[in-house]
Design a protein around this ligand. Structure first.
Ligand SMILES: Nc1ncnc2c1ncn2[C@@H]1O[C@H](COP(=O)(O)OP(=O)(O)OP(=O)(O)O)[C@@H](O)[C@H]1O
Ligand SMILES: [Mg+2]
Length: 274
């Protein structure tokens, strides 16, 4: 794991004085189903995320986390409130934003390398692609698997290929929706450590949705806890644990147990949706 994806920074993490890279203000979302039924998914979401921060989002199932991520990725329109990236309203998908979904969604008829190259073809950029793909395969431990097909990979390896694909255009922002939910516990810990390393060496801003409290704390500068539907930001908790972190060291850190308890208590608060 020695490859560097972009210039390393000496002090990972957000600079306290910088303007937020991501700004959500009063973001709401109501889905209108056929027959006139409505679902209020999000309500008045206010959240600032600093450039270079790693932010985890936890919240009950159905509270609008994926909805929020899709809007940030420009895949759904933000029709209520404002959603700004780098000072500009989100108007559609952008090369500045990479997305990792819960399922890797690799195209089965393409090799790993071809799958990773896909966003470059879609975006019409070709030039330094192969060297970049090599670096990504190296950093995610897939260097020997670029010519293989998805069915020849384990679930964790496919998910890593999905992460490579999200990173191939060197996005400034990485949005991840429960990327490790389907993995066994040990692979998941290994992937968390890899993600921490990628984040520390690349200077990206990461927003990770997860149902795992330990994963949320392990990776993040801040953990955002959302309410049950309609999703609102209940609390933003700082994680004052130095990096690099390991799972062994983090659970014995004095701040860990209190944070985990607080998140769990917030997650069990009742909501106001049916
Ligand atoms: N396309 C859609 N049409 C109608 N309702 C939708 C649509 N997408 C999501 N919803 C509803 O909006 C609410 C929020 O869904 P969303 O997928 O954002 O939740 P989530 O927090 O990601 O949940 P989970 O943790 O289970 O993934 C849910 O009640 C869901 O049924
Ligand atoms: Mg979801």
């Amino acid at each position: 794991m020695s490859a560097t994806l972009s210039p390393a920074r000496s002090a990972p993490g957000p600079s306290p004085d910088a303007a937020p890279l991501i700004r959500m203000a009063g973001v709401g979302k109501t889905y209108h189903a056929a027959g006139g039924a409505t679902v209020r998914a999000l309500d008045g979401v206010d959240l600032d995320i600093a450039d270079g921060a790693f932010v985890s989002v936890v919240g009950p199932s159905g509270c609008g986390k994926s909805t929020l991520l899709r809007m940030l990725a420009g895949l759904d329109r933000c029709e209520e409130g404002s959603l700004r990236l780098g000072g500009r309203d989100v108007r559609g998908p952008s090369g500045e934003v990479g997305v990792v979904f819960q399922a890797a969604n690799l195209l089965p008829w393409m090799t790993v390398r071809e799958n990773i190259r896909l966003p470059l073809r879609v975006g019409g950029r070709h030039a330094p692609a192969e060297a970049r793909i090599d670096a990504l395969l190296e950093v995610t431990g897939l260097a020997d698997f670029g010519a293989r097909y998805p069915y020849e990979l384990s679930g964790g390896m496919q998910q890593r290929a999905g992460i490579c694909r999200a990173l191939v255009r060197d996005p400034r922002i990485l949005l991840m929706d429960e990327p490790f939910g389907a993995l066994d516990a040990l692979t998941r810990e290994r992937m968390n450590a890899e993600l921490q390393r990628i984040w520390q060496t690349s200077g990206k801003t990461v927003l990770l949705i997860t149902h795992s409290i330990s994963e949320a704390i392990f990776l993040a500068d801040q953990v955002v806890v959302m309410s049950p539907r309609p999703g609102r930001v209940l609390r933003v908790l700082e994680v004052p644990i130095p990096r690099p972190r390991s799972f062994d060291s983090i659970v014995s850190h004095p701040a860990y147990a209190g944070l985990a308890r607080e998140i769990r208590a917030l997650l069990t608060e009742p909501g106001d949706a049916p």
